[in-house]
Every structure is written in structure tokens, then in C-alpha cells.
Design a protein around this ligand. Structure first.
Ligand SMILES: Nc1ncnc2c1ncn2[C@@H]1O[C@H](COP(=O)(O)OP(=O)(O)OP(=O)(O)O)[C@@H](O)[C@H]1O
Length: 324
């Protein structure tokens, strides 16, 4: 059954999850009962085909959210629906519609060759043989896994194992793929290849991606939209460009003048640094660079110009510090 296109594929309303914990307190007998609010007042929806980054600092509530979206955890409040299903009630039918990849844990059988793990998944998900072969050929080709198919998973490198896990998560044609730190521990080349693959998957098959990562380059390479969670609730939901503006970040125009000059004076930008004929001007990240460039070029003898994008890590740090 395909999801109703008029409904969001993922719909989260006022979602809440608290945990009862018992804590030892110095000088007291027994343990103190406490309630930890891991997620609260969380509302967002994701349409089919979107690629969304779900980011936040350690302990913000990302894993707890993903566990509720996959049905592993039952919410203590609010509601969640994925492909029209209630994840914790409809875990088995939902499993056919979603794929999950954890960067730090493998879902493959450690002692079996990769191919045998895939064959087992075909049986578990009852994937039609023709479709299974087609998918396996496609992913093995795109992820360059042909030479590893007969290698036991325990002997694979981290990057090969990750590509194996991604193939395993996609063989049954899920509509949604949850990726938790998919590029963790990979070298630059492997990261780049993986990102390219995920982009192609989304473009060719319309697979919806929800990506949790601490590597903001993953977000920059893949996601048009970012949801930032902090202390259990969403503090930002929008475009990456908007996130820069929200964080009050700025871009930098680096100007190489023909000759040394006093600090440049133009509207909409201010000089941050001067070194010989080179000057660094900052202007708001959400503003166009064109008027600043034009004003500088009109008033000064310019040898060269370049624009430095803001560091997204700074933007997010700023956002967290405000939320906390
Ligand atoms: N089973 C549990 N029992 C008690 N507290 C829990 C449980 N699971 C999570 N928590 C608490 O809920 C909060 C959110 O945790 P969660 O694992 O969802 O964060 P996270 O954003 O995924 O963090 P990280 O980036 O470190 O993986 C934390 O304070 C955590 O200690």
C-alpha cells in the first residue's frame, strides 16, 4: 500500500516521551524516583521525497525520536504517524515501509558473508525474487560492493560494512530511510561516495531521508531542510540558509586591493580585518553579496574578490546556547 500523497509521510504532533529513572542520592537510603523528559512538545511533518537533517547536541532527544518513529519506543504523550501507520502499534507492517541504518551498529550477521545476510533479508521481507535481484544488482553496483559479497561481515572495513548495511536497509524498497550517523568513522572519499549515493537514491526513487548526524557536511551535502532539536524539543525547522540567518551568522567578502588602503567603507558590510592590501568584510549571511561587491568594485581598485561561507558549526552552537 503506498502512502496517501495528500498526507505527510511522517507526522509528529505534540510528541512526548518521559523516562522514569531511579537515582542514588548521597546521604539517603534507597533511590530517588525521577522523571526525565527526553522529548516534549515536538511537532513536525515530513513529506514524501524530502531529505531532512535531524540534528542536536548530545542528549537532545534525537535517538528517542527515531525510536518512536520506528516503533521501538511507545510515546508517553502526543501522537506519531509514519506512512499512515502508528509505529508502536503497527511495528510489523511498518517494518516493510521503512529502512534504518545505525552508523555505530550493524544489522548484518557478523559471521555470514554479505550475500547470505542479503538472502536472509529477502526471505524475512518476502521480497519478490526478480525485484530482489534487481535491487541487489543496482545497490552493489552503485555502492561498489561486488568484490565483498562473499566476505564475512566481520572481515569488512568500516566503509564496506556501512555500504553493506545501507544495501540491507534498502532491499525491500522502503519509502523512508532513517540514517543515524551514517558517515561516522569514514574517510573523506568514502563519505563523499556515500553522500552521492544517497542523493541518487532520493532523486531516482524518491526515497525520503531522515538523517541524524554530527557531521554538518552531511547536512550541507544532502539536506534542504534541517530540524534542530535541543532539550527534547524543536528549536528550528527550516532551510539551511534560514538557519544561518537565524543563528545571526555572517558571510565574509575577502577583497584584494591593488594597493594598501585604509579600511573600506561601503553600506551593508563592515571591515573585520586588514592585512596589507587584503581586507575581510563581513555582511549578513541572508543578504545578497551582489550590492556589497558592486559598492566595493565601484569605489576601489580591486585585484581579486572571494566570498567565504559562514561556518555552520558556529551557527548551530549559537542556536544551542540561546535555547539552553
Ligand atoms: N532508556 C532511557 N532511560 C532513561 N533516560 C533515557 C533513556 N533513553 C534516553 N534517556 C535520556 O533522554 C535524553 C535524550 O536522550 P537521546 O538518546 O534521545 O539523545 P540524543 O539526542 O540521541 O543524544 P546523542 O547525540 O548523544 O545520541 C537524555 O537525557 C538521556 O539520558
Amino acid at each position: 500500500m503506498a502512502a496517501d500523497p495528500s498526507q505527510p509521510l511522517i507526522d509528529v504532533r505534540d510528541l512526548e516521551r518521559t523516562f522514569d529513572v531511579r537515582r542514588r542520592v548521597e546521604g539517603r537510603r534507597g533511590r530517588l524516583r525521577e522523571s526525565v523528559r527526553a522529548v516534549h512538545d515536538l511537532t513536525f511533518s515530513v513529506d514524501a521525497g524530502e531529505m531532512v537533517g535531524y540534528i542536536g547536541p548530545n542528549g537532545a532527544g534525537k535517538s528517542t525520536t527515531i525510536k518512536m518513529l520506528t516503533g521501538i519506543l511507545v510515546p508517553t504523550g502526543g501522537r506519531v504517524s509514519v506512512a499512515g501507520l502508528d509505529p508502536s502499534r503497527d511495528r510489523v507492517p511498518l517494518a516493510r515501509r521503512i529502512g534504518v541504518v545505525f552508523g555505530q551498529r550493524s544489522t548484518l550477521w557478523w559471521d555470514l558473508p554479505l550475500r547470505d545476510s542479503f538472502d536472509l533479508l529477502q526471505k524475512m521481507y518476502r521480497i519478490a525474487p526478480a525485484r530482489y535481484r534487481e535491487n541487489l544488482d543496482r545497490f552493489v553496483d552503485l555502492l561498489d560492493l561486488g568484490a565483498q559479497l562473499d566476505t564475512p561481515v566481520r572481515q569488512l572495513s568500516l566503509g564496506q560494512r556501512m555500504r553493506g548495511d545501507i544495501t540491507a536497509a534498502l532491499l525491500h524498497d522502503p519509502e523512508v530511510l532513517y540514517l543515524d550517523e551514517p558517515t561516522i568513522g569514514l574517510d573523506v572519499v568514502s563519505k563523499g561516495r556515500l553522500r552521492e549515493f544517497l542523493r541518487a537514491l532520493n532523486a531516482e526513487r524518491g526515497t525520503t531521508l531522515l538523517l541524524t548526524t554530527h557531521d554538518l557536511q552531511d547536512i550541507e551535502a544532502l539536506c534542504d531542510r534541517v530540524i534542530v532539536i535541543d532539550h527534547g524539543t524543536s528549536v528550528y525547522d527550516g532551510s539551511l540558509a534560514g538557519l544561518h540567518a537565524e543563528g545571526g551568522s555572517s558571510r565574509t567578502l575577502v577583497v584584494d586591493l591593488v594597493d594598501e588602503a585604509p579600511p573600506i567603507v561601503v553600506p551593508g558590510a563592515s571591515v573585520r580585518r586588514v592585512e596589507g592590501p587584503r581586507q575581510w568584510l563581513s555582511f549578513p549571511a541572508d543578504a545578497s553579496a551582489a550590492p556589497v561587491v558592486a559598492a566595493v568594485a565601484a569605489a576601489y581598485d580591486v585585484a581579486d574578490l572571494s566570498i567565504q561561507e559562514p561556518d555552520i558549526e558556529d551557527v548551530i552552537r549559537e542556536l544551542y546556547s540561546r535555547g539552553g
